[in-house]
Design a protein around this ligand. Structure first.
Ligand code: KG4
Ligand code: ZN
Length: 343
């Protein structure tokens, strides 16, 4: 089954073709990062307008790189949420038009399910059940993937997402947006014990996360150095921040894996590109005798092939949408989109 997939939930317009959920036939990503950089974050209105310009050429390129015409595609898939509503609407409406015009089934895909599925493209042996840590600019979840289309949230952030915390700390340290990878690079040159940062936990919850206290601590630290007129130890603060975030994430992931008796842990989302998080997860998994899957770095950030992969499993489970499909800004990962029918 060859699925043409579209992703436009944030500042990337992407299209790709995936065969049987596991094989990438083409993957095209048009990123707007340079455009949003000057505002220090994504401007939703600009993202939607750029998606309108990009959606057709990006889709045409994805088909042409796969060596296929629209009539040779078996289904059209699209991220229908969660994300920026104006940005999502561009992909959703374009996908509905394509599906209708070409008389193809339409498969809506949840963005987080897509991030998890990025792993199926790189690890042919990976099958649910497994425990997945999804960490991106918009989400931080520990999810028990019971089956390809059955998900249970075990823990989540109560405030900022991990990527959001990275980006805000990076801004305070003087890095451009999105700052996660700059902190990652600076941390490699720093001493994680040179400064002290708090390890916030959430009262009454073993697996939930909170990053706002940590972010505020970094901001305060930066102010203190600047007020004293001292040079900011950017590398040391980066290293300490990164170490703290990794400890917070892996502590909860492995505690949950132990309690749920899952023998495989998986990372997903933009922050899964983080070098320390990858190293620590691999090392802890080996130490505890668990299998570990990491998405290849190019598949950690937003792309369309992860949507095409998950769409295959949604289709196998019989989940399709009609042209009344709407985009939604938020939706729990375990729930279906409104109007989805089973066939
Ligand atoms: O998954 P993604 O592309 O978009 C969302 O769905 O949110 O994730 C983007 C996030 C940004 O916050 C970015 O700073 C972060 O992933 N990120 C990183 C690294 N590379 C990207 N964070 C930490 N270390 C990295 N190497
Ligand atoms: Zn994402």
């Amino acid at each position: 089954m060859k699925i043409l997939a579209l992703e436009s939930s944030c500042d990337e317009m992407a299209a790709g073709v995936v065969q049987d959920g596991r094989k990438i036939l083409s993957s095209v990503i048009s990123s707007q990062v340079e455009e949003h950089k000057k505002y220090g974050g994504v401007v939703p209105e600009i993202a939607s307008r750029r998606h309108c310009e990009d959606v057709l050429p990006v889709t045409e390129q994805a088909l042409s790189e796969a060596g296929l015409t629209l009539s040779e595609i078996d289904a059209v898939a699209v991220t229908a949420g969660p994300g920026l509503i104006g940005a999502l609407l561009v992909g959703v409406n374009f996908a509905k038009g394509l599906a209708l015009a070409a008389d193809k089934p339409l498969i809506p895909v949840h963005h987080i399910r897509g991030h998890i599925a990025a792993n199926y493209l790189a690890h042919p042996e990976l099958e649910p059940p497994f425990l997945c840590l999804v960490v991106s600019g918009g989400h931080s979840h520990i999810i028990d993937v019971e089956d390809y289309t059955r998900f249970r949230v075990i823990g989540r952030t109560r405030d900022d997402a991990a990527g959001e915390a990275y980006d805000k700390a990076a801004r305070a340290l003087g890095f451009p947006y999105p700052g996660g990878r700059y902190i990652d690079a600076a941390a490699a040159q720093g001493d994680p014990t040179a400064v002290r940062l708090p390890h916030p936990s959430v009262d009454g919850s073993r697996y939930d996360l909170s990053f706002s206290g940590l972010k505020t601590a970094v901001l305060n630290l930066c102010h203190q150095y600047r007020q004293k007129g001292e040079e900011l130890p950017v590398n040391d603060i980066s290293a300490c921040f990164q170490q703290t975030v990794c400890e917070m994430l892996t502590d909860r992931l492995f505690a949950a894996a132990g309690e749920l008796r899952r023998d495989t842990v998986v990372l997903a989302g933009g922050v899964a590109a983080n070098s320390l998080l990858r190293r620590t997860t691999e090392a802890l998994a080996a130490q505890k005798g668990l299998s570990c899957c990491l998405p290849p770095v190019p598949l950690c950030g937003d792309n369309a092939v992860m949507i095409g992969s998950q769409a295959y499993y949604e289709a196998k489970a019989g989940f399709f949408a009609k042209t009344d499909l709407n985009a939604v800004a938020s939706l729990p990962v375990g729930e279906p989109f409104s109007g989805v029918f089973r066939r």
